[in-house]
Ligand binder design. Structure first.
Ligand SMILES: [Cu+2]
Length: 549
């Protein structure tokens, strides 16, 4: 049985009898519904899984405790050429194959994890205190997920298993940013220095190897990287064991416990344009529970999924107080009844369980509980605070920008119409670099989304502000390459008034951001964070030129 992309997006209609697949596709459909898909004569074909997948409804809910990833440990103090005369704390984190039980009633699942864990250990950093990580590749020599050798960077002849680690949201030198072509094979390692010269924020690290990032991350190569600073610590937000990262992803899992990654019906080009699972994992566990005390907690939500956006809420109509977005604290707490989180986006929330002693609450994605909080009785006093103001975020005035770039988001079919390529500004990865901002200069970038999908666009190195989104006439653009707005510019949403590093570019809209290119000169990348798109040309290098010269 095969599905066209349109069937895929429409959902289960064509799939009577295949309940397991239908369910997965239905969730995919729910995620894709708001995006009007253009009709196409030839579309990528999605093959039905050849193995039986787990029926989510059959899994017992809330029988496993929520795993909290352990803190990464410093293994040595080492010198680094960028920091003469001093030693930096050095971590050693090893990528390797492992197995982990994702649910009490499932057989162990083969995975790849940093330090053999899924998610990897949490790196705890302090602003102004640089550290080093030796990222060791001790993975097997064969990949266990379907490589598409027709994708740029993953050609036959390239080693099957390649890895390079990027810390998402870190302001770091180009040589330590995990450039996608800086991958290395098993038996090798890279030593990267992280200056941590940035505001407190929830960052995350993950693989970024050219052409196989989607597979390496799906295999389990990700973890949290938390930066703290004095200003934030002075706020007395919930801390210690009441400050918990929640890495959310979805997967398709076969009945034998193996991860299933969807493929097209073409064995020579198995790439698919999106990968939506039907099971949501919190910190690598399906439907876990967390025992909490009747007090405030801080949760650092990180969407580490390939394609899925999460639509999060609490049961009992309990609101969450959002305190931070991608790059740290918002100006003030923002009450959220529900919250959307696109791939790679982060949101930090404070949840107050006081008044819930003896009860339980659930974190939900759409209507489904994905994590249960069990509130036990406790005498411990809550001395934490939720201040009314958090951190000033002065708005960038785009009038001061040195450059305004207009960049399209495109979708194309190949000559046969069977595979679709996503492009940024109509260019491929290997085309000459066209975005060369000068160091410390202010620019605005406008993403003119010509596709039918929303794309979460991420720039390495910088933090930015969302300026606005404005609807435009796609027909006029296609006919004359002319930007004709069809309505007023919409201001950023309240939760977008903090610093961001990933922005949702909606279809039919021009999404405008502004940023200053603070950081070291060199080559970085910007890309769509739907990993399937990123791996298929929706990624471009950019180069920061020295401030003077
Ligand atoms: Cu995309």
């Amino acid at each position: 049985m095969i599905l066209t992309r349109r069937d895929f997006l429409r959902g289960a209609g064509a799939l009577a009898g295949a309940w397991w697949l239908a369910d997965a596709w239905r969730t995919a459909n729910a995620a894709a519904m708001p995006m009007a898909m253009p009709a196409r004569r030839n579309a990528a074909l999605l093959a039905a899984p050849k193995v039986p997948l787990i029926n989510p409804a059959a899994l017992a809910r809330f029988v496993d405790p929520l795993p909290i990833p352990p803190r990464a440990r410093v293994v040595s103090q080492r010198a680094h050429p960028d920091y003469p005369g001093r030693n930096l704390p050095c971590y050693r984190i090893t990528m390797r194959a492992c197995t982990q039980r994702l649910h009490r009633d499932l057989p162990p699942t083969p995975l790849w994890g940093y330090d053999g864990q899924f998610p990897g250990p949490t790196i705890e950093a302090r602003r102004g205190e640089p550290l080093m990580v030796e990222w060791v590749n001790a993975l097997p020599n064969r990949h266990f997920l379907p490589i598409d050798h027709s994708l740029h960077g993953a050609e036959r002849g390239k080693p099957e298993v390649r890895a390079v680690t990027h810390v998402h949201g870190a302001r770091v030198a180009a040589k330590a940013d995990g450039f996608p072509e800086d991958w290395y094979t098993p038996g090798h390692a890279a030593l990267y220095a992280y200056p941590n010269g940035q505001d407190a924020a929830t960052l995350w690290y993950h693989d970024h190897a050219m052409g196989i990032t989607r597979l390496n991350i799906y295999a389990g190569l990700f973890g949290a990287y938390v930066v703290r600073d004095a200003q934030e610590l002075a706020l007395n937000l919930p801390a210690g064991d009441c400050d918990i990262p929640l890495l959310l992803c979805d997967r398709l899992i076969a009945e034998d416990g193996q991860l299933y990654y969807p493929v097209s019906d073409d064995p020579d080009a198995p790439w698919v344009m999106q990968c939506n699972g039907n099971l949501v994992l919190c910190n690598g566990k399906l439907f876990p529970f967390l025992e909490v005390e009747p007090r405030r907690y801080r949760f650092r939500l990180i969407n580490v999924a390939n394609t899925r956006f999460f639509d999060l809420s609490l049961s009992h109509d309990q609101p969450m107080q959002q305190i931070a977005s991608d790059q740290g604290l918002l100006p003030a707490p923002l009450e959220r009844a529900r919250m959307e989180l696109y791939p790679a986006e982060r949101a930090e929330v404070v949840v107050d369980f006081s008044g819930f002693a003896g009860k339980s609450l659930q974190l939900r994605h759409e209507a489904q509980g994905i994590l249960e909080f069990r509130v036990r009785e406790s005498e411990r006093r809550d001395t934490s605070a939720l201040p009314a103001t958090l951190r000033a975020v002065p708005r960038i005035d785009p009038a001061g920008a040195a450059r305004h770039r207009m960049l399209t988001l495109n979708e194309t079919d190949d000559a046969n119409g069977n595979a679709m390529t996503m492009l940024l500004d109509g260019k491929r990865w290997s085309d000459p670099i066209t975005e060369r901002p000068r160091q410390n200069s202010l620019e605005t970038w406008s993403f003119i989304n010509l596709t039918g999908d929303a794309h979460p666009i991420h720039l390495h190195l910088v933090r930015f502000q969302v300026l606005d989104r404005r609807p435009f006439d796609l027909f006029a653009w296609n006919a004359q390459r002319k930007l004709v707005f069809t309505g007023p510019a919409l201001p950023p949403e309240p939760q977008e008034l903090g610093w961001k590093d990933t922005v949702r570019a909606d279809p039919g809209m021009v999404t405008r951001i502004a940023m200053r290119f603070e950081g070291e000169p060199g080559r970085y990348v910007w890309h769509c964070h739907l990993l399937e798109h990123e791996d298929n040309e929706m990624m471009r290098p950019f180069e920061v030129l020295p401030a003077h010269g």
